[in-house]
Design a protein around this ligand. Sequence first.
Ligand code: B4P
Length: 191
Amino acid sequence: MLNLILFGPPGSGKGTQAEKLIEKYGIMHISTGDLFRYEMGNNTPLGLKAKEYMAKGELVPDEVTIGMLKNKVNSNPDAAGIIFDGFPRTIAQAKALDEFLQEKGMEVTALVALDVPEAELVARLLNRGKSSGRADDNDESIIRNRISVYKSETAQVFDYYSISGKSRLIPGVGTVDEIFNRLATAIDEAC
Ligand code: B4P
């Protein structure tokens, strides 16, 4: 069973590549960002809570995020594998994911991280902000805060999975297809 963590800073191309990976590997896609945006769009209590943090470019608290992720996995027991996109974003989330999968007799197969320079991230997100309607893509100071939160709270998740030899760093600049081919090579090597 292929359980992949698609990793990288905001704007590194995770959502873009996830669409192609689902097609190639036939596995389920869980994006915690998409789940939060769905809840926000429906004004649920979870969505209202997430909005407070996302609008500022901060991480939604771990207990909220981990609970939501587990519910999503548990409601799809027949999935042939999962792409975790944007999760885990903290060491606490990584530990919770490992324990949760272990209880089901599964584990993370690999973490693939997209490596993109900061100036390119900012340019991509500002560009997406012109049409996405996402408040967190419109304002450069919020984008810079998201990148800074990535460096201080998320980047160490790469090192956490390096200890078990599961992390791979993939150059994330180039055409979408070039990057996809790099990812697929790394994933096939890890399987
Ligand atoms: P996410 O929805 O995960 O958003 P993201 O980091 O911006 O990445 P996304 O996948 O959308 O963008 P992509 O790189 O594909 O998170 C949003 C917020 O939700 C977080 O800030 C946080 O508040 C909250 N959240 C989510 N998960 C959480 C968690 N686990 N814990 C706590 N909080 C959580 O693409 C960006 C742009 O680049 C696109 O416009 C795309 O077209 C473009 N692009 C992609 N590939 C390209 C390429 N090769 N060349 C040029 N442009 C490219």
